[in-house]
Ligand binder design. Structure first.
Ligand SMILES: [Zn+2]
Length: 84
């Protein structure tokens, strides 16, 4: 995921340039979006209790590939509300 030289020039301003600002960082790691991310996770857990047992990589894959309209809508709202 981080082998692309272009990505090395994308740094997160919120994290003071210590993190590559890619889709994974935005969806999973950036502190700036933690409150909204926690809220999203809480709402997903209501539909999918095993969500808490997934690894970060699997959570990312779940949120970006899930074939469930209700969860897709929640993930889309998180993105819409937080993309700069
Ligand atoms: Zn960040």
């Amino acid at each position: 995921m981080h082998d692309d030289p272009y990505l090395l020039t994308r740094v997160c301003r919120t994290c003071f340039g210590r993190q590559t600002d890619d889709e994974y960082h935005f969806m999973m790691k950036c502190e700036k979006y933690k409150a909204d991310r926690d809220s999203l996770y809480t709402s997903i857990i209501r539909s999918f209790p095993n969500f808490t047992t997934l690894t970060d990589k699997d959570i990312f894959l779940y949120m970006t590939a899930i074939d469930n309209a209700e969860i897709q809508t929640k993930v889309a709202k998180f993105i819409k509300d937080n993309v700069p």
